[in-house]
Design a binder for this molecule. Structure first.
Ligand SMILES: [Zn+2]
Length: 163
């Protein structure tokens, strides 16, 4: 039976152990990645499986293509930066990832595809989650004729207090 998401408990376990190892998995994230891909109609190719493993086995996080490429290289996954880009965009198209645009030059990909918002620490290029319930909208703008609001993403920009 395909599972729609990795159970939170297995994610925590892997995070606590540091680098996941292929040999001794109890929650079997490898199998979960395969199911994730199959569920959204993506063929579980070797590269998608390897990148999916690196992305999803560590719980909720935000990565750029460059960060994922670096992790893949360290994990000895033979993959080009272009393939990492393509794979991230494919995963986003099918809803496995959410893209968070913080500025024009950098796209972050979020493994948490549920509704939430973000703090962005400007001088550290760091994203932190804000629970959806912590942001209250007084009055969303009226969309133009023929459109409806698909979702509202809030990025709250932070900087260190001066002095
Ligand atoms: Zn997030």
């Amino acid at each position: 039976m395909p599972k729609s998401s990795v159970p939170a408990s297995s994610v925590t376990m892997i995070t606590d152990q540091g680098q996941p190892e292929h040999g001794n998995l109890t929650g079997c994230p490898w199998h979960d990645v395969k199911s994730k891909l199959r569920d959204v109609g993506l063929r579980p190719t070797r590269q998608r499986m390897a990148l999916g493993w690196i992305l999803f086995a560590k719980g909720d996080r935000h990565v750029t293509a460059e960060m994922l490429y670096e992790e893949a290289t360290r994990a000895k996954v033979p993959v080009s930066l272009a393939t990492v880009y393509n794979t991230l965009h494919q995963f986003t198209e099918v809803g496995l990832l959410r893209q968070v645009a913080v500025d024009g030059s950098k796209a972050y990909f979020d493994t948490n595809n549920s509704e939430h918002h973000h703090f962005y620490v400007e001088d550290q290029n760091d994203l932190m989650d804000i629970p959806a319930t912590d942001v209250v909208f007084g009055k969303p703008p009226m969309p133009p004729e023929g459109y409806e609001i698909a979702r509202i993403d809030v990025v709250v920009r932070l900087r260190r207090k001066q002095g």
